[in-house]
Design a protein around this ligand. Structure first.
Ligand code: SF4
Length: 242
């Protein structure tokens, strides 16, 4: 799958306009992919504040991820109840930890789960690392991409609801491209050094201006680049889907 020169130029103009409007965020990965994975599972269907609180309560209650894995599920659920859907998320977290433990045992590795996952992800090409994470139960394309981008500092852009809506509207992807498919398209098409900034700025834009309902097009810095607002021809700008 390639990208047409016109589409890349369109993407570059969007990237530059967003930096002009929102600035360039600092990319400071913490290199804690297991903490990031658990945090991302906790963030599903809740606010950042609630999931952050649940995460802190979880690591206050348990000293290691091995303890979380082996604890009675109702105790894990109790610790994360402030994040919502605790009875769904607790078994999901434990399931991911059990799966990772099986992979670790199969390799005869005896270090902590955190150290094991960090090395596993460091040693793999980007797309393989992304697919590796998705083999864990409850980990989809977006969660896997979040862990790689935010925790490992690897350039794969997570496509959440804001990015999916915005990249459609801008004409960067075709109208029938799903969020899951969009991950692969941007993985192959996006210059790696743009991934973090573009992700963060598109989320900012989706939250403040390009809302799902009634986007504020007249005040949008991307108006001249937007297929939805009629300023550009979508046929000339879409990234190819295959
Ligand atoms: S012009 Fe409107 S639809 Fe297009 S990106 Fe801006 S706010 Fe969204």
């Amino acid at each position: 799958m390639g990208i047409t020169p016109g589409a890349l130029e369109h993407l570059e103009r969007v990237y530059d306009l967003l930096i002009g409007y929102y600035g360039e965020p600092a990319w400071e990965p913490d290199h804690d992919p297991l903490g990031g994975l658990v945090g991302t599972i906790l963030s599903q269907h809740t606010s950042d504040i609630n999931s952050g609180r649940a995460y802190h309560q979880l690591i206050e209650r348990f000293s290691t991820w091995e303890e979380v894995r082996d604890a009675p599920t109702h105790e894990v659920a109790e610790a994360i109840k402030s994040g919502g859907l605790a009875n769904v998320k607790a078994p999901r977290i434990q399931s991911a930890l059990h799966t990772l433990s099986e992979w670790q045992r199969a390799k005869g590795d005896t270090r902590s789960l955190s150290a094991f996952l960090q090395d596993e992800l460091k040693g793999q090409p980007l797309e393989e690392a992304w697919r590796y994470l998705q083999q864990m139960p409850g980990v989809g394309p977006k969660t896997a991409a979040c862990v790689l981008l935010f925790n490992m500092g690897r350039p794969l852009m997570p496509i959440d609801t804001h990015l999916h809506r915005l990249t459609h509207r801008l004409g960067l992807i075709g109208p029938k491209v799903s969020a899951d498919q969009a991950h692969t398209i941007f993985l192959k098409a996006l210059p790696p050094e743009w991934a973090y900034t573009l992700h963060v700025n598109l989320i900012r834009h989706g939250r403040t201006i390009c809302h799902a309902q009634r986007p504020k097009c007249p005040q949008c810095p991307l108006l001249s680049e937007c297929a939805y607002a009629g300023s550009v021809n979508p046929q000339e700008t879409m990234l190819p889907t295959k």
